[in-house]
Design a protein around this ligand. Structure first.
Ligand code: DC
Length: 230
């Protein structure tokens, strides 16, 4: 059967990655979490002081981009692909609120986007890929055969994120998580380079009141129909 490209875009904490991972597994496709790539660059920028308490030095980060190497490597224990930054497994660290607080600023830098988009296009060149992010259906793979756009209310998303962070043992306040979700929505949708918008041909999915199982079943069935016709 012909392989297709599946682009899943949407707001933060809409469950994109959960659905994308399940879908890739069911279809035997490769899953690429592009948010992890932006998060790893943001972690690098934090460590080097290009963002954070001392303000923003985007020129410094841009000049240093060639020293950043990103790789996904399968974790045999979890079965998922972990993000490696210059050979170091940073999968857990990139999910912290400290990184979430600066990632949208880093992701708004055009040079960062150019570097990552190029890598993402190479990863999907052979199709058979489910990629999630903010600009996959609009910029990375505008010709993707299936595009989904996920939304949910900000408070529902903040509750999900808050529970996830608590489960991981992070000591966070719900108000801070909600503020982060709202700030990221604002930066992601208003940045000049590739803002988060629904591609014209994307199917919108509001999952504020839908469980993961129901969502997955609908999306899986729909993808099978698209693959059949491809
Ligand atoms: O999906 P996520 O929450 O892990 O993404 C982290 C941030 O990275 C998000 O706030 C916006 C940015 N991002 C982006 O600009 N483009 C992508 N394709 C993926 C993520």
């Amino acid at each position: 059967m012909k392989k297709i490209t599946i682009a899943i875009d949407g707001f933060s904490s809409t469950g994109k990655s959960t659905i994308a991972k399940q879908l890739a597994k069911a279809l035997n496709y490769v899953y690429v979490d592009t948010g992890a790539m932006y998060r790893a660059v943001a972690l690098y920028a934090l460590r080097k002081g290009y963002v954070g308490e001392n303000g923003e030095n985007s020129d410094g980060l841009i000049a240093d981009l060639p020293s950043i190497s990103l790789k996904f490597q399968k974790n045999e224990e979890t079965g998922n692909a972990d993000m490696f930054l210059n050979g170091e497994n940073v999968e857990n660290e990139i999910r912290t609120l400290r990184v979430s607080n600066v990632v949208s600023t880093v992701a708004a830098i055009s040079e960062v986007r150019q570097k990552l988009v190029e890598q993402q296009q190479k990863m999907g060149i052979e199709k058979g890929v489910v990629m999630d992010g903010r600009d996959i259906g609009t910029v990375v793979f505008p010709d993707a055969e299936l595009k989904l756009f996920m939304t949910a209310s900000a408070d529902k998303r903040a509750i999900r994120r808050y529970k996830e962070l608590l489960d991981k043992g992070e000591d966070v306040a719900y108000e801070d998580v909600l503020k982060n979700v709202q700030e990221r929505d604002h930066i992601d949708t208003t940045r000049e380079d590739s803002p988060l918008v629904k591609a014209e041909d994307a199917i919108e999915f509001d999952n504020s009141d839908m469980g993961i199982d129901e969502q997955f079943e609908r999306i899986h069935n729909y993808s099978l129909r698209v693959i059949e016709k491809a």
